[in-house]
Design a binder for this molecule. Structure first.
Ligand SMILES: [Zn+2]
Ligand SMILES: [Zn+2]
Length: 191
């Protein structure tokens, strides 16, 4: 089962949409669990952003016993130290991932809101980060959702589903999940 939790106030329609995408594309049951804490504890005042690594570590402690994965969704703008931002972060072949909607909104770039675009971006990022949790690394096929996006143009240009190779890897991995991987993978970001 894939558990889904919000962290802080999050767009409910987007969360429901993401949950549906994961259920369909990964083929595992999903379950909304109680919200996890608003990531105020992860705030870095010098950057005005929130540490996605700290959010992941908090999520790890909250993984439900009956869940193989936990996806945390937040509206907070998140980062890892080596990058100016990330859209999301996941433990490679591990149980937890975090996704931020902050930079998926046109408003972030001073543009009018675009609901359809927000949802397709959220789908791509959620599938991408969850793919990492199943041990899938970046894919060279730009049509594949597992290809790397370092900016919003690349995110918009890539496909919104897994390629055949990544689908095969996903099916194999979701059948037999190993327990304790700790390496982390990121997506998005620029210096
Ligand atoms: Zn692929
Ligand atoms: Zn990635």
């Amino acid at each position: 089962m894939i558990a889904i939790a919000t962290a802080g106030k999050v767009d409910g329609e987007a969360v429901a949409w993401i949950e549906g995408c994961l259920a369909t594309e990964i083929g595992d049951d999903t379950e909304r669990i109680s919200p996890v804490p608003d990531p105020g504890y992860a705030y870095d005042a010098s950057r005005g952003q929130y540490s996605s690594t700290l959010v992941l570590h908090d999520a790890l402690a909250r993984l439900p016993a009956n869940a193989s994965k936990l996806l945390v969704i937040t509206e907070r703008d998140i980062f890892i130290p080596m990058l100016s931002f990330v859209y999301g972060q996941a433990q490679l072949d591990g149980p937890v991932a975090v996704l931020s909607l902050a930079r998926l909104r046109q408003e972030f770039y001073g543009l009018p809101p675009n609901r359809a675009l927000l949802l397709v971006r959220a789908r791509k990022e959620a599938l991408h980060e969850m793919g990492h949790t199943y041990g899938i690394t970046h894919c060279g096929d730009t049509g594949c959702v597992m290809s790397l996006s370092t900016n919003i143009e690349q995110l918009d240009a890539k496909g919104s589903g897994y390629c055949d190779d990544c689908t095969t890897l996903l099916r194999e991995a979701s059948g037999t999940q190993k327990s304790a991987a700790r390496s982390e993978a990121h997506s998005g970001g620029s210096r």
